[in-house]
Design a protein around this ligand. Structure first.
Ligand code: NAD
Length: 347
């Protein structure tokens, strides 16, 4: 289990430090941790946010635990040298095509969501978003029409193999959960979505145990706030997933609790909290490390097949929250190390 730890900027080192303590506490026999520089920290040391040496570490690892990148002092740099390019570069170089974002309301935190507590407490879902295709990566441009008006255009498309592999990722994730998959598209209007739906149905034949449903994206946006308890795993394209995953995040409350995974084909993945480098609280010991600790749990589940250990970590976090251990982002006063200690004590 060779894990690359890329802590990055701001609160990145603080939160990954706590996640590493949790991993070490599990006493896994083959655990090997290798650190690498990314983001603004890497730029200051090596002149690039994703140096070749870091990429080498990434390629030699079985999984990456990623903190956060972002440094407002470097925002004047050319785009390809900005800290955030580290994430985009890793996605591209490592073929990370499936983004997994779980959303769950922990006991005791029902009051922090933007939904009514009785609706929010039902949320326990996972959004699987395609990352490499769709309208973001199609041909695009700005042009002048014959009558002189300016026009912007972006081509939306998916090839069937791109849909097939993300569909497999969705079904596989559903197999580790309640075996329900909802595929979200806009097949009533878009040809891209019609192909998406056809291919998802074809792939479903390989997973007879999983109950498959289809939903139009506009309805999915409504259902996410009306009756989110109906969802187990949601699989969708890049554009719809971008929007729905942020919406689902806010349905459960704080940014300091939200973990994510970006998976490649096979078992390789990059695991990171969804928050950024939080420069406003960096270095003060105030960051909530739970999102990163929960990302480490996802790593054990998806890259190493260690379901029991993943659940142990998730239950330890849930128990700490239920006992009132809350960071500032949750209206509490516990600091980074105190939260890490509380999770370790409950493992
Ligand atoms: P942010 O997520 O860093 O912070 C937003 C707010 O949430 C801040 O008030 C911050 O203090 C708070 N917050 C975030 N994580 C927290 C935690 N674990 N515990 C407690 N409070 C927490 O977003 P931002 O301020 O918009 O961006 C800061 C930098 O991070 C920017 O440079 C941005 O580009 C970058 N960024 C990076 C990633 C990434 O690495 N994947 C993601 C988002 C933003």
């Amino acid at each position: 289990m060779r894990i690359a730890v890329f802590a990055g900027d701001g609160i990145g080192p603080e939160v990954t430090g706590e996640a590493v303590r949790v991993l070490e506490k599990l006493g896994l026999p083959n655990l090997e941790l290798v650190e690498g520089d990314v983001g603004g920290a890497a730029y200051r040391k090596h002149g690039h946010p994703l140096p070749e040496a870091t990429l080498d570490i990434a390629r030699s690892a079985d999984a990456i635990l990623f903190g956060a990148v972002g440094d407002f002092d470097l925002d004047h740099l050319e785009r390809h040298l900005r800290p955030e390019q580290a994430v985009l570069g890793l996605r591209k170089e490592l073929g990370l095509f499936a983004n997994l974002r779980p959303a769950r309301v922990f006991k005791g935190l029902e009051g922090l969501t933007s939904l009514r507590p009785e609706v929010a407490q039902e949320i326990d879902l996972l959004i699987v978003r395609e990352l490499n295709g769709d309208v973001y990566f199609g041909e695009k441009g700005m042009r002048r029409l014959e009558d002189g008006r300016r026009q912007g255009w972006d081509m939306m498309s998916y090839a069937e193999d791109e849909v097939r592999r993300i569909a497999h990722a969705g079904f596989k994730a559903a197999m580790t959960r309640d075996k329900k998959l909802c595929s979200v598209d806009k097949a009533n209007v878009l040809e891209t979505s019609q192909l998406w739906r056809d291919v998802v149905i074809e792939v479903s034949k390989d997973y007879p145990e999983v109950e498959l449903a289809h939903m139009y994206v506009d309805n999915a946006a409504m259902q996410l706030v009306k009756n989110p308890g109906q969802f187990d795993v949601v699989v969708t394209g890049n554009l719809f997933g971008d929007i729905l995953s942020d919406q689902a995040s806010m349905c459960v409350g704080s940014i300091g609790l939200l973990a994510s995974a970006s998976l490649a084909e096979g078992s390789f993945g990059l695991y990171e909290p969804i928050h950024g480098s939080a420069p406003d609280i960096a270095g003060k010991g105030l960051a909530n490390p739970m999102a990163t600790i929960l990302s480490a749990a996802m790593m054990l589940r998806h890259s190493f097949g260690l379901e029991a250990e993943a659940v142990r970590i998730e239950e330890a976090v849930a128990a700490a929250l239920a006992d009132g251990i809350k960071g500032g982002d949750l209206g509490g006063s516990a600091g980074t190390v105190e939260i890490g200690d509380a999770v370790l004590a409950r493992l």
